[in-house]
Design a protein around this ligand. Structure first.
Ligand code: KG4
Ligand code: ZN
Length: 335
């Protein structure tokens, strides 16, 4: 069974071909980062227009490159939410109309489910049930993944998401949007000179709060008489240490609480090297299996959507009715 996957929830147009027997055939990704950079964040209307401009050429390119005739595709999976309405509409309308014209099912996918299942694109895959730390630009959640579509959110952010905290801190340090990866590069040249708070790190729940950390960075930046490159790197280092300490500590408490022995880390912040290293050490100490998607599948991509489509294809509950579906606000537990 061959699935075409389409991701257009935000500022990346991702297209993929996934075969349930052979695995991922190929994928292609166009990032709009350069388009939005001068505005310091994603401009929804520009995002939609760029998806419109590229979605069909990207599908064409991927099919041709892999010698796949569109008539051999069995279903089209697309991100139906959450995300930017206009951007979602582009993927949804292309997927639903293409599926209708080919008389095959279209499968609406929850974007976060895509992130949750992304580690299954790798050779070493987790088995259900497992615990997931989902850390992206819009979410920081600890989720008990029981089966496809059966998710219990046991920890959530009370304010800023982890990626948002990375991006806002990066902005304070003069880095361009989205600053997570750049901040992490800057931190590599930083030294342990500043101490920043680790909000909610020792509370008994599994929730996060990062807005206070961002304010602490702002105060620290303002206090500096000289914000030279080394000071910026030292602040980046202190921020990264603080946020990764909180993410690791709370996730470890959660995995012990639910008594599972597999943990997956996914979403854009899951690409963070420091976070990965801290989790590797923790997995050895606390004896659980650790799974990461490869770096390219941590951030948004079409492959995770195609994979989720393949796993959902046989579910009776699946919606394959060929009508437009977008849910800009959609809780993972409401699938
Ligand atoms: O999963 P994603 O691509 O999009 C959403 O679904 O939100 O995540 C994007 C987020 C951004 O906030 C970005 O700064 C962050 O992931 N990010 C990183 C790194 N790479 C991407 N944060 C920290 N370190 C990284 N290496
Ligand atoms: Zn995402």
């Amino acid at each position: 069974m061959l699935i075409l996957g389409i991701e257009t929830s935000c500022d990346e147009t991702g297209i993929a071909l996934y075969d349930d027997q052979k695995g991922l055939i190929d994928h292609i990704l166009h990032s709009q980062v350069a388009l939005h950079a001068e505005y310091g964040g994603v401009v929804p209307e520009l995002a939609s227009r760029d998806h419109i401009r590229l979605i069909m050429p990207l599908i064409d390119t991927l099919l041709k490159k892999n010698n796949v005739d569109i008539s051999t595709v069995d279903a089209i999976a697309y991100t139906a939410g959450p995300g930017l309405s206009g951007a979602l509409l582009v993927g949804s309308s292309v997927a639903e109309s293409l599926a209708c014209s080919l008389a095959i099912p279209a499968i609406p996918i929850h974007h976060l489910e895509g992130h949750l299942l992304a580690p299954m694109l790798e050779t070493k895959k987790p088995d259900f049930p497992f615990l997931a730390l989902l850390v992206s630009g819009g979410h920081s959640q600890i989720i008990h993944v029981k089966a496809i579509g059966d998710y219990e959110i046991i920890g959530d952010t009370l304010d800023d998401a982890a990626g948002e905290a990375f991006d806002k801190t990066a902005q304070l340090l003069g880095l361009s949007y989205p600053g997570g990866a750049e901040l992490s590069r800057l931190a590599m040249t930083g030294n342990p000179r500043f101490e920043l708070p680790r909000p909610l790190m020792n509370t008994a729940d599994f929730d996060f709060s990062f807005s206070g950390l961002k304010t602490a960075v702002l105060t620290l930046v303002k206090k500096q008489t000289l914000l030279d490159d080394q000071t910026r790197a030292d602040i980046a280092f202190a921020f990264q240490e603080a946020i990764t300490d909180v993410l690791v500590k709370k996730t470890i408490s959660a995995i012990e609480y639910v008594n599972l022995d597999q943990l997956i880390i996914s979403g854009g912040v899951g690409a963070n090297k420091q976070l990965r290293e801290k989790f590797k050490l923790a997995s050895e100490k606390h004896k659980f299996d650790l799974f990461f998607p490869s770096l390219e599948f941590c951030t948004d991509n079409g492959a995770m959507i195609a994979l989720a489509g393949a796993l959902r294809y046989h579910l009776p509950k699946n919606n394959k009715n060929n009508h437009y579906q977008i849910k800009p606000r959609w809780r993972l537990t409401d699938i």
